[in-house]
Ligand binder design. Sequence first.
Ligand code: C5P
Length: 218
Amino acid sequence: MSGKARVIAIDGPAASGKGTLARRLAEHLGYAYLDSGLLYRAVGVRTIEAGGDPSDPAAAVAAARALAVEDLEGRELRGDEAAVAASKVAAIPSVRQALLAFQRDFVADPPGAAPGAVVDGRDIGTVVCPEADAKLFVTASVEVRARRRLKELRERGLEAIHSRVLRDMKERDARDSGRTVAPMEPAEDAYVIDTSDLDPDGVFAAALEAVGARNPLG
Ligand code: C5P
Protein backbone atom coordinates (compact mmCIF):
# COMPACT_ATOMS: atom_id res chain seq x y z
CA MET A 1 0.00 0.00 0.00
CA SER A 2 1.26 3.49 -0.71
CA GLY A 3 1.13 6.27 1.87
CA LYS A 4 0.61 5.84 5.56
CA ALA A 5 -2.41 3.80 6.60
CA ARG A 6 -4.84 5.61 8.88
CA VAL A 7 -5.60 4.10 12.26
CA ILE A 8 -8.66 4.28 14.48
CA ALA A 9 -8.10 2.94 17.99
CA ILE A 10 -11.13 1.81 19.97
CA ASP A 11 -10.68 0.76 23.58
CA GLY A 12 -13.06 -0.12 26.37
CA PRO A 13 -14.31 -2.88 28.67
CA ALA A 14 -16.09 -6.10 27.70
CA ALA A 15 -19.61 -5.80 26.23
CA SER A 16 -19.34 -2.02 25.95
CA GLY A 17 -20.28 -2.21 22.26
CA LYS A 18 -16.78 -1.47 20.98
CA GLY A 19 -16.57 -4.58 18.77
CA THR A 20 -19.86 -3.85 17.01
CA LEU A 21 -18.80 -0.25 16.52
CA ALA A 22 -15.31 -1.17 15.30
CA ARG A 23 -16.65 -3.60 12.70
CA ARG A 24 -19.20 -1.09 11.47
CA LEU A 25 -16.69 1.76 11.24
CA ALA A 26 -14.25 -0.47 9.37
CA GLU A 27 -16.92 -1.46 6.88
CA HIS A 28 -18.11 2.12 6.46
CA LEU A 29 -14.59 3.43 5.80
CA GLY A 30 -13.30 0.42 3.85
CA TYR A 31 -10.65 -0.20 6.51
CA ALA A 32 -9.32 -3.53 7.78
CA TYR A 33 -10.50 -4.62 11.22
CA LEU A 34 -8.47 -6.25 14.00
CA ASP A 35 -10.11 -7.55 17.18
CA SER A 36 -7.04 -7.60 19.42
CA GLY A 37 -8.96 -9.40 22.18
CA LEU A 38 -8.95 -12.46 19.94
CA LEU A 39 -5.17 -12.63 20.16
CA TYR A 40 -5.28 -12.81 23.96
CA ARG A 41 -8.20 -15.26 23.85
CA ALA A 42 -6.28 -17.53 21.49
CA VAL A 43 -3.18 -17.43 23.71
CA GLY A 44 -5.29 -18.25 26.79
CA VAL A 45 -7.05 -21.16 25.11
CA ARG A 46 -3.88 -22.56 23.52
CA THR A 47 -2.13 -22.39 26.90
CA ILE A 48 -4.88 -24.47 28.51
CA GLU A 49 -4.95 -26.89 25.56
CA ALA A 50 -1.22 -27.43 25.99
CA GLY A 51 -1.86 -28.39 29.61
CA GLY A 52 -0.58 -25.10 31.03
CA ASP A 53 -1.96 -22.54 33.46
CA PRO A 54 -2.83 -19.15 31.87
CA SER A 55 -1.36 -17.35 34.88
CA ASP A 56 2.01 -19.05 34.39
CA PRO A 57 4.30 -16.72 32.40
CA ALA A 58 6.44 -19.49 30.89
CA ALA A 59 3.44 -21.47 29.59
CA ALA A 60 1.58 -18.38 28.33
CA VAL A 61 4.53 -16.79 26.57
CA ALA A 62 5.31 -20.06 24.78
CA ALA A 63 1.72 -20.06 23.44
CA ALA A 64 1.99 -16.37 22.47
CA ARG A 65 5.21 -16.91 20.53
CA ALA A 66 3.73 -19.90 18.69
CA LEU A 67 0.50 -18.09 17.78
CA ALA A 68 -0.51 -18.43 14.13
CA VAL A 69 -3.25 -16.64 12.20
CA GLU A 70 -5.19 -19.94 11.98
CA ASP A 71 -5.43 -19.93 15.79
CA LEU A 72 -7.67 -16.88 15.64
CA GLU A 73 -10.65 -18.83 14.42
CA GLY A 74 -12.95 -21.12 16.33
CA ARG A 75 -16.09 -20.92 18.37
CA GLU A 76 -14.28 -21.79 21.57
CA LEU A 77 -12.58 -18.38 21.52
CA ARG A 78 -15.90 -16.56 21.92
CA GLY A 79 -16.97 -18.02 25.26
CA ASP A 80 -16.43 -16.59 28.71
CA GLU A 81 -13.95 -19.29 29.68
CA ALA A 82 -11.67 -18.02 26.93
CA ALA A 83 -12.23 -14.47 28.15
CA VAL A 84 -11.13 -15.32 31.68
CA ALA A 85 -8.03 -17.13 30.39
CA ALA A 86 -7.36 -14.14 28.10
CA SER A 87 -7.39 -11.64 30.94
CA LYS A 88 -4.92 -13.83 32.87
CA VAL A 89 -2.38 -14.14 30.05
CA ALA A 90 -2.93 -10.45 29.25
CA ALA A 91 -1.50 -9.42 32.62
CA ILE A 92 1.88 -11.00 31.75
CA PRO A 93 4.27 -8.40 30.24
CA SER A 94 6.16 -10.86 28.00
CA VAL A 95 2.87 -12.05 26.48
CA ARG A 96 1.87 -8.48 25.65
CA GLN A 97 5.30 -7.88 24.18
CA ALA A 98 5.01 -10.98 21.99
CA LEU A 99 1.65 -9.80 20.61
CA LEU A 100 2.75 -6.22 19.99
CA ALA A 101 4.56 -6.97 16.73
CA PHE A 102 1.52 -8.74 15.27
CA GLN A 103 -0.67 -5.72 16.00
CA ARG A 104 1.84 -3.14 14.76
CA ASP A 105 2.40 -5.06 11.53
CA PHE A 106 -1.35 -5.16 10.95
CA VAL A 107 -1.76 -1.38 11.21
CA ALA A 108 1.41 -0.59 9.27
CA ASP A 109 0.24 -2.67 6.32
CA PRO A 110 -3.46 -3.52 6.64
CA PRO A 111 -4.61 -6.67 4.82
CA GLY A 112 -6.24 -6.27 1.42
CA ALA A 113 -4.26 -3.08 0.82
CA ALA A 114 -6.93 -1.23 2.85
CA PRO A 115 -6.22 2.48 3.34
CA GLY A 116 -6.54 2.16 7.10
CA ALA A 117 -7.27 -0.07 10.08
CA VAL A 118 -9.71 -0.07 12.94
CA VAL A 119 -8.32 -1.91 15.97
CA ASP A 120 -10.23 -2.56 19.17
CA GLY A 121 -8.94 -3.66 22.56
CA ARG A 122 -7.87 -2.26 25.91
CA ASP A 123 -4.54 -0.54 25.22
CA ILE A 124 -4.70 0.36 21.52
CA GLY A 125 -4.79 4.14 21.99
CA THR A 126 -2.34 4.11 24.90
CA VAL A 127 0.30 1.51 23.97
CA VAL A 128 -0.17 -0.24 20.61
CA CYS A 129 -1.01 2.82 18.48
CA PRO A 130 -0.37 5.98 20.50
CA GLU A 131 -0.15 7.86 17.18
CA ALA A 132 -3.61 6.72 16.01
CA ASP A 133 -5.52 9.25 13.89
CA ALA A 134 -8.56 8.90 16.12
CA LYS A 135 -9.08 7.31 19.53
CA LEU A 136 -12.36 6.29 21.07
CA PHE A 137 -12.99 4.85 24.52
CA VAL A 138 -16.32 3.04 24.55
CA THR A 139 -17.82 2.18 27.91
CA ALA A 140 -21.07 1.45 29.79
CA SER A 141 -22.07 0.61 33.35
CA VAL A 142 -21.10 -2.89 34.49
CA GLU A 143 -24.78 -3.81 35.05
CA VAL A 144 -25.70 -2.88 31.49
CA ARG A 145 -22.70 -4.76 30.13
CA ALA A 146 -23.49 -7.89 32.16
CA ARG A 147 -27.10 -7.85 30.86
CA ARG A 148 -25.86 -7.52 27.29
CA ARG A 149 -23.40 -10.37 27.72
CA LEU A 150 -26.06 -12.60 29.30
CA LYS A 151 -28.40 -12.01 26.36
CA GLU A 152 -25.62 -12.69 23.87
CA LEU A 153 -24.58 -15.95 25.58
CA ARG A 154 -28.18 -17.19 25.74
CA GLU A 155 -28.78 -16.28 22.11
CA ARG A 156 -25.81 -18.45 21.26
CA GLY A 157 -27.46 -21.32 23.10
CA LEU A 158 -25.03 -21.22 26.01
CA GLU A 159 -26.17 -21.60 29.58
CA ALA A 160 -25.57 -18.48 31.64
CA ILE A 161 -26.61 -17.12 35.02
CA HIS A 162 -26.86 -13.37 35.61
CA SER A 163 -25.04 -13.30 38.97
CA ARG A 164 -22.15 -15.33 37.57
CA VAL A 165 -21.84 -13.19 34.42
CA LEU A 166 -21.87 -10.01 36.54
CA ARG A 167 -19.25 -11.40 38.90
CA ASP A 168 -16.97 -12.53 36.05
CA MET A 169 -17.35 -9.16 34.37
CA LYS A 170 -16.38 -7.29 37.56
CA GLU A 171 -13.40 -9.56 38.13
CA ARG A 172 -12.23 -9.15 34.54
CA ASP A 173 -12.66 -5.33 34.72
CA ALA A 174 -10.58 -5.29 37.91
CA ARG A 175 -7.85 -7.45 36.37
CA ASP A 176 -7.75 -5.40 33.16
CA SER A 177 -7.73 -1.99 34.92
CA GLY A 178 -5.54 -3.01 37.82
CA ARG A 179 -2.64 -4.71 36.03
CA THR A 180 0.65 -2.88 36.03
CA VAL A 181 1.38 -3.33 32.34
CA ALA A 182 -0.87 -1.59 29.79
CA PRO A 183 -3.90 -1.27 32.09
CA MET A 184 -7.23 -0.53 30.48
CA GLU A 185 -7.70 3.24 30.56
CA PRO A 186 -8.74 5.96 28.13
CA ALA A 187 -5.86 7.66 26.34
CA GLU A 188 -5.59 11.32 27.31
CA ASP A 189 -6.78 12.32 23.85
CA ALA A 190 -9.51 9.68 23.56
CA TYR A 191 -13.13 10.61 22.96
CA VAL A 192 -15.27 8.77 25.52
CA ILE A 193 -18.64 7.33 24.47
CA ASP A 194 -20.91 5.94 27.21
CA THR A 195 -23.21 3.44 25.49
CA SER A 196 -25.37 2.61 28.55
CA ASP A 197 -28.36 4.45 27.05
CA LEU A 198 -27.50 4.19 23.35
CA ASP A 199 -28.44 1.62 20.74
CA PRO A 200 -25.88 0.54 18.08
CA ASP A 201 -27.05 3.25 15.65
CA GLY A 202 -26.65 5.89 18.36
CA VAL A 203 -23.15 4.66 19.15
CA PHE A 204 -22.21 4.69 15.47
CA ALA A 205 -23.51 8.25 15.02
CA ALA A 206 -21.61 9.46 18.09
CA ALA A 207 -18.42 7.79 16.86
CA LEU A 208 -18.69 9.22 13.35
CA GLU A 209 -19.14 12.67 14.79
CA ALA A 210 -16.20 12.26 17.16
CA VAL A 211 -13.89 10.83 14.51
CA GLY A 212 -14.91 13.37 11.89
CA ALA A 213 -14.78 16.38 14.19
CA ARG A 214 -11.42 15.56 15.70
CA ASN A 215 -9.66 14.36 12.63
CA PRO A 216 -11.45 14.47 9.28
CA LEU A 217 -10.99 11.12 7.54
CA GLY A 218 -10.54 12.62 4.16
O1 C5P B 1 -12.01 -7.80 23.99
P1 C5P B 1 -12.12 -9.17 24.62
O2 C5P B 1 -13.18 -9.25 25.66
O3 C5P B 1 -12.21 -10.25 23.61
O4 C5P B 1 -10.71 -9.37 25.36
C1 C5P B 1 -10.46 -10.47 26.19
C2 C5P B 1 -9.38 -10.08 27.20
O5 C5P B 1 -8.15 -9.87 26.52
C3 C5P B 1 -9.63 -8.79 27.96
O6 C5P B 1 -10.41 -8.97 29.14
C4 C5P B 1 -8.23 -8.32 28.28
O7 C5P B 1 -7.75 -8.94 29.45
C5 C5P B 1 -7.40 -8.83 27.13
N1 C5P B 1 -7.07 -7.78 26.17
C6 C5P B 1 -6.03 -6.93 26.46
N2 C5P B 1 -5.62 -5.99 25.57
C7 C5P B 1 -6.26 -5.86 24.41
C8 C5P B 1 -7.37 -6.69 24.09
C9 C5P B 1 -7.76 -7.64 25.01
O8 C5P B 1 -5.44 -7.03 27.54
N3 C5P B 1 -5.83 -4.94 23.54
